[in-house]
Ligand binder design. Structure first.
Ligand code: AMP
Ligand code: ZN
Length: 465
């Protein structure tokens, strides 16, 4: 089966055909750096990480661009409230974002352009839109005239019937029931404080939607393969990006639009405005390991809502134990039995790929991986695995791992056995109510840089850091 994705533009699954064979231009909307990202945001970035990694697994050369939204209503408000420059205000959130990506094992994009350094490109787009009769100016503000753009609403299925002619909206975010001419450029006013650019269109600042049109087309060309984000980005953000980009270039902007559903808590979208959010730091501070968060975020197919619970993190941790123990067991296997694994390995690869080829059906792919682990484990136990097969089995696992990135860094520690023996000794001491010995073993582990945690499922350990 061919690689297929559900395209939000056509509302159906389609075979993936890149514009240039073997290459993929991918634009992924990045964080608005007015605060630290919450784990709902990371669901979107994790879906994009899976997409990127699987395209690479399939042999594509991926050129991924992710913007940093450092100019919008929220960053401007924040910097003015604190009386510091926009750059000073956004810097810690930009740095925090990259740290969090590393913590979660999200592969870096090729480029992370920032809105603040792309104002001239935005001005050029506005000028083209004015020339094409698609934008107009009022008191130094420039608006996109949606009634003049054929096909406005095609991504988000906006009903243009109830549209009030000439209605305008100046804020960056608004709902579908206030579809209006939106701001491309906002003339400076007192609320913007120290944040403005002096340009040939006057003193002011760009609207959020324009930023993504400018940065995507600059680095990926006017027509490129793929654009992604969370479903909340569909309208108005992506709808407006299409209007601006196609209105300026006169050609199709993006072939495949992919949107992930939200991460939800108690039935509601996790968001800052609802106050029901956890940052990555919040979850780590509760003692959960980064890879368990990664596992939880990746393991629900991206077009299904993902319900966030701490129990979910517990079972993610157990799945990671199985995965990592298997790698260790297989790597240590030294017998040379008569090979019986050939079909199992080939079948697992096929099932893994069939799952992900089908619009990144990660549940099917993970099912294939864990079946594989179970089947090879039993061949290891009965020593019916040859050394040649061991090598091939490890290679298959490396392929899966390049997409999943579930291998714990500490799974590879040289002294894992020593650590586990100590933990067993501590368990025995606790059982005998010898708390002094139990405590001193814990101290010994701490000194080795190992954190242990007593959970209902038993003791868990990880490297400190
Ligand atoms: P923002 O920083 O608000 O611009 O959002 C960055 C990315 O996170 C966008 O792709 C959003 O669609 C996405 N996003 C925001 N909240 C959630 C959520 N609860 N679940 C999944 N994705 C989200
Ligand atoms: Zn964007």
């Amino acid at each position: 089966m061919a690689l297929q994705f559900y395209n939000s533009l056509t509302n159906k699954k389609e075979d993936f055909k890149p514009i240039e064979e073997g290459k993929v231009g991918l634009y992924t909307c990045g964080p608005t750096v007015y605060d630290f990202a919450h784990i709902g945001n990371f669901r979107a970035y994790m879906f994009e990480d899976l997409l990127r990694r699987y395209l690479i697994y399939k042999g594509y050369q991926v050129n991924q661009v992710m913007n940093l939204t450092d100019i919008d209503d929220k960053t401007i408000k924040g910097s003015n409230a604190q009386g510091i420059s926009l750059d000073e205000y956004t810097r810690p959130f930009k740095d925090g974002f990259f740290q969090d990506l590393d913590t979660l094992g999200i592969a870096r994009a090729e480029l992370y352009p920032e809105a603040t350094t792309h104002i001239p490109e935005m001005i050029e787009i506005i000028k083209k839109l004015v020339a094409n009769g698609l934008a107009y100016e009022i008191d130094g503000n420039y608006y996109f005239k949606i009634s003049a753009f054929q096909g406005y609403g095609k991504l988000a299925n906006v009903d243009m019937q109830g549209l009030k002619a000439g209605a305008r909206v100046a804020t960056d975010e608004y709902e579908k029931d206030s579809v209006s001419d939106f701001a491309l450029w906002k003339a400076w006013d007192a609320e913007d404080g120290e944040v403005f650019w002096e340009t040939e269109l006057g003193k002011g600042r760009p609207g959020w939607h324009l930023e993504c049109s400018a940065m995507s087309m600059k680095y990926l060309g006017e027509h490129f393969d793929m654009h992604t984000g969370g479903v909340d980005n569909k309208f108005p953000h992506h709808e407006n990006e299409i209007a601006q980009s196609e209105g300026a270039s006169g050609q199709k902007f993006v072939n495949y639009w992919l949107h992930c559903e939200h991460l939800i808590v108690d039935g509601q979208k996790m968001s800052k405005s609802l106050g029901n959010f956890y940052s990555l730091r919040d979850v780590l501070d509760k003692g959960y390991e980064p890879k368990a968060i990664r596992y939880l975020l990746i393991s629900t197919q991206y077009r299904m809502p993902l319900n966030f619970t701490f129990e979910g993190l517990e079972s993610a941790s157990n799945a990671l134990n199985r995965y990592n123990n298997f790698i260790r067991l297989l790597s240590d296997y030294s017998a040379d039995g008569d090979g019986q694994a050939g079909e199992i390995i080939a079948g697992a690869r096929k099932a893994f790929e069939a799952g992900l080829d089908d619009d990144l059906n990660i549940s099917a792919a993970l099912g294939a991986v864990f079946d594989y682990i179970r089947d090879i484990n039993s061949l290891i136990a009965s020593q019916n695995l040859s050394q040649t097969e061991k090598t091939i089995a490890l290679e298959a696992m490396e392929g899966f791992e390049s997409v999943l990135n579930f291998k714990r860094e500490d799974a590879g520690v040289d002294n894992a056995e020593e650590i586990e023996t100590l933990i067993e000794k501590r368990n025995a001491a606790k059982k005998n109510k010898d708390f002094q010995t139990a405590d001193s073993i814990r101290e010994q582990l701490t000194a080795m840089g190992i954190v242990i945690e007593d959970t209902p499922q038993g003791v868990k350990w990880r490297k400190k850091g």
